[in-house]
Design a protein around this ligand. Sequence first.
Ligand SMILES: [Zn+2]
Length: 93
Amino acid sequence: MAAIAGKCARCMRDVPADARFCPVCGARVAGAPRPLRRRRENEKLAGVCAGLADNFDLDVTLVRAIYVIATFFTGIVPGLLLYLVLALVIPAS
Ligand SMILES: [Zn+2]
């Protein structure tokens, strides 16, 4: 079931809550803020990177690359801890 989040600003049709673009005219939907979710369908570990990428409109691979690099530069442990915390804190969709 797709909850209706609001109306498209361009064509005024109903737009589902999880849509990022209007299904009718393709305009970007600037509706209610999307809750941060881990994406189970596109996960390598717990879907944290995919969820973050989704949330910030970034490429999943880019987020993973940045995450891995940042983890190495911070001495690995902080990055792994952060990932575990995020995996526990962010609900899976
Ligand atoms: Zn529209």
